[in-house]
Design a protein around this ligand. Structure first.
Ligand SMILES: [Zn+2]
Length: 644
């Protein structure tokens, strides 16, 4: 999954871990043995008016007790985020006779029933009532122009087997005239109805569908077949057909992403890869990795307003890198036999952290994100991580529990003090940069973290690329692989950075690359574009807040001048020094206070209460940037440059 940068991230999951270990009676231990027969799963996705997916599932069974699961622990979410509240209308029958079911009160994702003697097939009917709009908190997955079908939301599967050993034949009925993209392969097509080739439950959940009225499939490696390479495609859906137009230059950088990933990882472990990309401000935002595809979203203007869309463009690189780090290889405690077994996230600093690092690097090497925008991004990362006041109480390792505690921003008004997911993504970018520089120094420039990527994520002994089951890794396996690239005390290197409470960001890697975090009175150009897109004004590194929708404060920083003046995200900013708030007026007041040293007076509204506060702050506007360290070699530019 992609952490949607900065303090205004979109995703909001709020589910708690109910039981780390389900009671023994609740689930027969899943067996690595085939489930007899093939499940058929028919999904009707034509009800665009009501945004309802209607499902008919046929399940081969034997008489006796049966436990069915609705998927709960979703891969890539690292959390129990299954959409159980959208799962409704369940009716179970056999040869037309209804069969009673009961929900497990200790696990509301589980349904139990008794299959009568003589019954060998169950018919299940139910719906996914997908969100009608974003106001209810759920993610919108159907619009009049497109839909995003996630099979986990329209599936019940039997307990007792690895989900890799349960076979499903899925089919999908789409609105007339629509096309689709998916990692699934069609067996037969009849207009807008498609029957897919049978797959395991594991692969099905890992193979969502983007479909739409406006659709294009762009070949990212036209020479793949003649050269024996697995093909890769960019499958686009958009709010309007005009959003699909791609220029030769834009096509070239997307193709370069595939080529640069080849050069980094040294193998394609997929039979074919489909980047699913929705260009929409109607569909809910998403960035979710899969083995042979990824779900991505960008705002309108992705191609049409290319110069302003680079803020959305490292996402494809991030999700693509997950095909290697997360799918081909996966942390051992994140692998589970089925999606109703709890996952553990102790290695997310590797799963997400190193993916974020390679996502940035590949985005720059491919040209998807211009180098200067990537330098600005790294400046923002360094500044944000350096300002995490919460490192005083919470170490980086503990932040890997955040996904299970409840993603990501609900009830999280003091993000820099609370810390969370951004840290195991962004702080680890700085740590992996340091590892890269260490390897370069120790090997006299002969090796780098690229060599680790190739060794760790490239072809592994005894495995074929068609082998979908992930090869798992542990802390010790990561350390051993680093040591094979460059002998060093990697265990201590990592544990120090994961477990301690040192103040400030780990900026050694940046420094060794010949750059340092510096400050400017003007936002860097990437930040300007980002803030404009997300519609907020950034004063976080000066007075200590952002100003968002309706002039409400967001992201008030712990211990900042704003915090000391009693401000929080509860208030709306009304006036600055007696004049109605405008961003330019606050910037002017912060600038004037540099010389006057007088406090800045703000009028704020908290519910029905108005109050005036004084900000004691005279250090001027501050925005992060990267600056070259004089007399040193620039080693960041080579890292971000394309591999020949
Ligand atoms: Zn990710």
């Amino acid at each position: 999954m992609q952490y949607l940068s900065s303090t205004l991230a979109r995703a909001a999951f709020a589910l708690a871990l109910i039981a780390a270990n389900a009671p023994a009676h609740s689930q027969p231990a899943p067996a690595d043995a085939p489930y007899p027969g093939t499940i058929t799963l028919q999904v009707d996705a034509t009800d665009l008016d009501r945004r309802i997916f209607r499902v008919r599932e046929t399940l081969p069974v034997s008489p006796g007790p049966l436990r069915l699961y609705y998927p709960r622990w979703l891969p890539g979410n690292h959390a129990p985020t299954g959409r159980i509240t959208e799962f409704d209308g369940l009716k179970i029958s056999a040869a037309g006779q209804p069969i009673a079911w009961r929900r497990d009160p200790l696990d509301v994702y589980a349904f139990t029933l008794e299959v009568p003697a003589g019954v060998s097939t169950l018919d299940l009917d139910f719906q996914q009532l997908s969100p009608l709009d974003a106001d209810g908190g759920g993610r919108v997955v159907v619009t009049p122009e497109m839909l995003n079908l996630q099979w986990n939301a329209v599936l019940l599967y039997p307990a007792g087997h690895f989900d890799s050993r349960i076979t499903v034949r899925p089919s999908l009925r789409l609105p007339a005239g629509w096309s689709f993209g998916s990692a699934l392969e069609a067996a037969t097509r009849d207009g807008a109805s498609v029957v897919f080739k049978p797959v395991s439950v594991e692969t099905l959940i890992d193979s969502p569908v983007f479909a739409g009225k406006h659709f294009a499939r762009v070949d990212l490696d036209p020479d793949a077949a003649p050269n024996g390479r697995a093909p890769a495609f960019l499958d686009l859906v958009a709010d309007t057909s005009g959003e699909l137009a791609i220029t030769p230059g834009q096509l070239a950088v997307h193709r370069a992403l595939v080529t640069q990933a080849d050069r980094l990882f040294g193998a394609r472990h997929y039979a074919h890869y489909d980047f699913l990309l929705a260009i929409s401000d109607q569909l809910g935002g998403i960035g979710l990795e899969h083995h042979q595809s990824s779900e991505n979203s960008a705002e309108p203007g992705y191609f049409a307003d290319w110069d302003k869309s680079s803020v959305d463009r490292d996402q494809l690189a991030h999700e693509f890198a997950h095909s290697w780090n997360g799918k081909y290889r996966r942390p051992a405690d994140l692998w589970t036999p089925n999606t109703n077994t709890p996952m553990q996230n102790s290695l997310l600093w590797m799963y997400e952290g190193q993916t974020q690092f390679w996502g940035y690097v590949l985005a720059a090497r491919s040209g998807l994100v211009p180098k200067n925008d990537m330098l600005d991004t790294l400046a923002n990362t360094a500044a944000w991580i350096d300002a995490q006041s919460g490192r005083a109480w919470r170490n980086l390792q503990d932040t890997t529990n955040q996904a299970v505690m409840g993603e990501r921003h609900e009830g999280r008004d003091w993000l820099d003090w609370q810390r969370g997911s951004s840290d195991y993504y962004e702080e680890m970018v700085l740590v992996w940069l340091e590892a890269d520089m260490l390897i370069r120094d120790a090997s006299g420039g002969q090796r780098s973290l690229d060599d680790f990527a190739r060794a760790f994520f490239g072809p592994q002994p005894g495995r074929t690329d068609a082998d979908i089951a992930p090869l798992t890794y542990t802390f010790d396996i990561v350390v051993a692989a680093l040591n094979r690239v460059q002998p060093y005390d990697w265990a201590r290197f990592l544990r120090e950075r994961l477990d301690t409470h040192a103040p400030g960001a780990p900026l050694n890697g940046l420094q060794r690359s010949g750059w340092r975090l510096a400050w400017s009175e003007e936002p860097n150009s990437f930040s300007k574009g980002f803030a404009a897109k997300r519609k907020y004004e950034d004063f976080s590194y000066s007075v200590g807040f952002d100003v968002g929708k309706d002039n409400r404060l967001t992201g008030v920083r712990w211990g900042s001048p704003a915090f000391d003046a009693g401000l929080s995200n509860a208030v709306q900013l009304i006036a600055v020094d007696g004049l109605a708030y405008k961003a330019e007026r606050l910037k002017g007041a912060i600038g004037a206070a540099k010389t006057s040293k007088a406090p800045i007076r703000l009028l704020v509204k908290d519910g029905d209460h108005y109050k005036t506060v004084s900000l004691a702050y005279s250090a001027g506007l501050r925005y992060p940037k990267l600056e070259r360290i004089d007399g040193t070699e620039d080693r960041l530019t080579p890292l971000l440059s394309p591999r020949p």
